[in-house]
Design a binder for this molecule. Sequence first.
Ligand SMILES: [Zn+2]
Length: 135
Amino acid sequence: MNSIDDVFVTKRGRRCVLIQGYKLSENKQLKDRTFHFRCTNRKCNVTAIIGEKLDLIISQKNDHNHPATSENILNRQKIMYTLKRKAIDDVFTKPNKIIRKVLKDQSTVNISHSDASTSCKSLNEVVQMLNKQLN
Ligand SMILES: [Zn+2]
């Protein structure tokens, strides 16, 4: 049985789980309090029932018809999430400072050169978002 490697929240506030490099997003909560998740690839039919605490895969249907999400994209989303959380926890620190600190902490994240411009753009978006939230 596969295990849940990570749980995080997307920019839009949607909860996601990472299972073997595949990202599934929350669809709905079922009557027994478990959650129905589906693959974030719209052409893919994989769905999974995840336990109430998002720590257990109860069942999974179908097979992915596409390669797993690249590490870099996932890392970037994790950085975003960390940034957002830190900004909420630490309202007295300027967003730019928080971003620098988070990026320093995430020194293991290996963003390739071609990827760097994309992440810069995304980070700028985060800065703007944080500024909006904090003002
Ligand atoms: Zn899939």
